[in-house]
Ligand binder design. Structure first.
Ligand SMILES: [Ca+2]
Ligand SMILES: [Ca+2]
Ligand SMILES: [Ca+2]
Ligand SMILES: [Ca+2]
Length: 415
């Protein structure tokens, strides 16, 4: 492994979880009456108009509808699922807080029109549909500026499936965008999400963009996501990553530790499509079969694998009796936990430490310290060379956790 490969991380920075809000108002959505509000939409409306950053805590349960946050005030919004009634305690299982779009419109649309950071964490988002000339079928998260800079987007620990967009991002559309004469665009970070059985034009599963016409774009980081069996009628069936930057700032795209398998695209990049406008990108420690390289320059590929992922029970498309017509196909949701023996176990890069050529120590994180359901991604240090050590993690959103049963049996047999 070349030392320079890792040192460029130092310049890029790895600030996955450092999107924070000051002076935030905190809301608790609890349909049972134990919170500040019983209606998710009422909270989104209040947050859009209160001239403050917001933390919206959402209690476990199913929220049917098409939820919308539109604000031109330029403040940040953080929306987190998984809270117990009253929001005093938070669980870690995203399949307990469900936003169901009912096939009528986007399930959740966060439109920070005046900029500001956007965080969405800990939800199951399904049955979204944006058929009329729109992006983001399941979850659409946008920060865009009317004058200065746009904010950062962080989408983490969600399960997104069975959603459709007519344009970009069937499951997730995440964008930080500024136009001519404005400031910089922000970072777009997608971590620990399971995205399956979604459809769109470009980016069937996940579409990410950081774009600034005159100033610099942010980084796009896709880390430890499981993107499977999504479909695009254009490019990028599983993952589409797009950078447009008005100024050169080195590395712009990092795609690490993802599983992108069994996705389909009528155009290029069935599993992954990267358009990096010539800026540096890294595509490392992933499991995919098909990536489009025809529009990529300065891309580093390291340690990617193609082995069967070994899921517990992957989802599937039911063709509704019309194999020749995919438009009426229905997604049958699966279980994307890894099974014992999966080649994805410990095939990802969690942490790196070592010494620079000048002798200075460095230590930084590539992957998140927990998986999508709160399991620790711990490992001991492995010496790669005299000056470099790694910790490893599993690929995709799930860190494999052996059940207690086999150990119990061994214990009993020992007696
Ligand atoms: Ca607000
Ligand atoms: Ca069909
Ligand atoms: Ca592991
Ligand atoms: Ca796990």
């Amino acid at each position: 492994m070349k030392l320079s490969f890792f040192l460029t991380f130092l310049a890029g920075g790895l600030l996955f979880f450092h999107i924070t809000a000051a002076d935030a108002e905190t809301f608790c959505v609890d349909p049972g009456g134990g919170g500040t509000h019983t209606s998710l939409q009422e909270v989104l409306d209040a947050a859009a108009a209160n001239s403050q950053d917001d933390l919206i805590q959402v209690t476990e349960g199913t929220y049917n509808g098409n939820f919308l946050y539109v604000s031109n005030q330029g403040f940040g919004i953080t929306i987190k699922g998984g809270y117990k009634p009253g929001c005093g305690v938070r669980g870690s299982d995203p399949d307990k807080t469900i936003i169901d779009g009912g096939g009528a419109d986007r399930a959740l649309f966060v439109d920070a029109q005046g900029g500001g950071n956007v965080v969405v964490d800990g939800f199951t988002i399904k049955n979204g549909a944006q058929p009329a000339n729109g992006c983001g079928g399941g979850l659409c998260a946008v920060s865009r500026a009317t004058s200065g800079a746009a904010g950062n987007i962080l989408i983490s620990n969600n399960i997104v499936y069975g959603s459709i967009s007519s344009m970009h991002g069937g499951g997730i559309y995440a964008a930080s965008i500024t136009h001519a004469g404005m400031g910089a665009a922000g970072d777009v970070t997608i971590v620990n999400n399971i995205v399956s059985g979604n459809r769109s034009g470009r980016g069937g599963g996940i579409y990410t963009i950081s774009s600034s016409v005159n100033a610099g774009s942010g980084m796009i980081k896709l880390t430890n996501n499981t993107a499977c069996a999504n479909r695009a009628s254009g490019k990028g069936g599983g993952i589409y990553a797009y950078i447009y930057s008005g100024s050169f700032e080195g590395e712009k795209i990092e795609i690490f530790n993802n599983i992108a398998r069994a996705n389909e695209a009528s155009d290029q990049g069935a599993d992954i499509y990267v358009s990096n406008s010539g800026y540096m990108a890294k595509v490392c420690y992933n499991n995919y079969v098909n990536i489009d390289a025809s529009h990529m320059n300065n891309v580093t590929f390291e340690q990617n694998i193609k082995n069967p992922p070994g899921f517990v029970s992957p989802g599937s498309w039911d063709d509704s009796g019309t194999a020749e017509d995919p438009s009426d196909d229905i997604w049958i949701s699966g279980d994307y936990h890894l099974q014992l023996g999966s080649a994805c176990i410990d095939a990802g890069l969690l942490e790196v430490k070592g010494y620079t050529l000048a002798g200075g120590p460095y230590h930084f994180f590539i992957g998140p310290q927990i998986d999508f359901e709160g399991d620790a991604r711990f490992d001991q240090w492995h010496a790669v060379s005299e000056n470099l050590s790694h910790k490893y993690c599993d690929l995709g959103a799930d860190e494999y956790k052996p059940s207690a049963m086999p150990w119990l049996l061994l214990f009993l047999m020992d007696e």
